[in-house]
Design a protein around this ligand. Structure first.
Ligand code: GDP
Length: 460
């Protein structure tokens, strides 16, 4: 076993519930729990079969009963951490849970840090880093699609693909190394001809996987959607109509939405994080100024912008000002208040609204909302009918590693083209292999690992 100490933590959320679970993991977890647990059948856990549920009581030094519990005994290595794990199901209140936890600490366990159980599962080789991230994503899943993407990653879909790539690279590396070490076996033809094709194929496949990163990230974190437009254009009303609840306050005094309202909208499993903005304009009001600044930064951060234009009153100078601000973003132009009549002519559309799709809606009558949602969804899935089941990259860390792998392989291909000797190729091939490994957490620096696990909640 890698670790000397035994860790313990409350693994269920703090609060009141039917039960609460304390998890203990490490080489001494069974003996530590044996010191505080009296099984109804009088047997010690150390003498009990693994993977059993045992009824009894937790007692303190004086033999007083602290709680009535069920103890799940799971001896390693068939456990989450690969170590001996004991889970104590207590009554679910903060006091019984903390009392039992303190009793375990007194008897030799150490309070676990955030994510330490998962970290042990990783360091003991039970799961790789892509799977670690998947666990975090499962806990934080925003919609059923986010969940199914994360579950797929936990099952090792991405890891399997990365290992296949590594295997293919190894084949190439092996052939180069053989020809470097045993030049006497070299054929007349340079061996690089054989695997240049293979490297090109790999680069193409890597690029295809890379293209899934943005979709994967959006499914995981939500598509940041800024709702922008001049005051009174109908931003809050649209937000409410989309969410079918009164999240933002709607009034006809310009500038009511003083802060950014954030809410998740689920469109066929894709989470959209809606940001209602205060509208971009100069203002003297301090509170509103903050809102205006925030709205500018939310446009910058947005994956997609819903640019609202009032169909009834048409395009004003303010609209044109805002149109300038959102230039360069992915835009859907939303012409609001369609029920009041539409004055937006084809000429206006052609002159001002040429960077995106134009959709007419009325938040009041719900007209056009289905079309708008559909167009938002298409922005993510880009014409494909389903993104379920695909292997995707799901975060920037994975994406950066893959970008580096592609760069290294491109260097190799260039080197082959200008006829560099084989030993020059080996370094970049090894680099590419290493960068792929980063995606699943091979050879990752300690600081990165620590930083990653610190993002977990306690007891996970
Ligand atoms: P915001 O300042 O951009 O957030 O605009 P609001 O959503 O607060 O709307 C401003 C005014 O326009 C309110 O009086 C709304 O009732 C009205 N409004 C918004 N959407 C519609 C619509 O689809 N039809 C009609 N008739 N009025 C609307």
């Amino acid at each position: 076993m890698l670790f000397q100490d035994t860790i313990a933590a409350i693994s269920t959320p703090i609060g009141v519930g039917g039960i609460g679970i304390i998890r203990v993991s490490g080489r001494d977890s069974v003996t530590i729990v044996d010191k505080v647990f009296r099984a109804a059948n009088k047997k010690l856990l150390i003498d009990t079969h693994t993977h059993t549920i045992n009824y009894g009581h937790i007692i303190n030094d004086n033999g007083e009963i602290l709680d009535e519990v069920l103890v799940m005994l799971m001896k390693g290595p068939r456990t989450f951490t690969r170590e001996d794990v004991v889970e104590i199901n207590c009554h679910g209140g903060p006091v019984p849970l903390n009392t039992v936890l303190m009793e375990l600490i007194k008897n030799g366990a150490r309070l676990a840090e955030n994510g330490e159980f998962t970290k042990r599962a990783f360091l003991n080789g039970r799961i790789d880093l892509a799977q670690v991230e998947a666990i975090m994503d499962i806990i934080e899943a925003k919609t059923e699609l986010s969940l199914s993407q994360a579950v797929g990653q936990l099952e090792g879909r991405l890891s399997k693909k990365i290992r296949e790539y590594q295997e293919r690279l190894i084949q190439v590396i092996a052939r180069i190394e053989v020809s470097i070490d045993y030049p006497e076996y070299d054929q007349d033809e340079p061996i690089t001809d054989d695997f240049e094709m293979e490297l090109r194929d790999l680069v193409q496949e890597f690029n295809e996987l890379l293209a899934t990163a943005d979709t994967g990230k959006m499914i995981r974190e939500g598509v940041k959607t800024a709702i922008v437009g001049r005051p009174n254009v109908g931003k809050s009303s649209l937000l409410n109509a989309l969410l079918e609840e009164n999240k933002a306050i709607v009034t006809d005094i310009p500038g009511t939405t003083r802060d950014i309202v954030e809410a998740y909208l689920n469109i066929d499993g894709i989470p959209f994080l809606l940001l209602d903005t205060a509208g971009i304009r100069e203002t003297e009001d301090v509170v509103e100024k903050i809102g205006v600044e925030k709205s500018k930064s939310s446009i910058e951060a947005a994956d997609i912008v819903l640019m609202l234009i009032d169909s009834h009153s048409g395009i004003t100078d303010k609209d044109i000002e805002i149109l300038e601000q959102v230039r360069g973003k992915k835009i859907i132009y939303v012409c609001t208040k369609n029920d009041l009549g539409n004055t937006i002519s084809r000429e206006i559309v052609e002159e001002y609204l040429r960077y995106g799709e134009v959709i007419n809606i009325s938040s009041k009558t719900q007209y056009g909302l289905v079309e708008l949602k559909n167009s938002m969804k298409q922005f993510v899935i880009k014409g494909s009918t389903s993104i379920n089941g695909e292997v995707t990259l799901s975060n920037n860390r994975q994406k950066e590693a893959l970008v580096k792998a592609i760069k290294s392989l491109n260097k190799v291909i260039e080197a082959i083209e200008i006829g560099l000797p084989e030993d020059c190729l080996a370094i970049d091939l090894h680099d590419a292999y290493g960068h792929l490994g980063m995606i699943i957490g091979e050879a990752l620096k300690d600081e990165i690992i620590n930083q990653l696990f610190s993002r977990f909640c306690l007891g996970k």
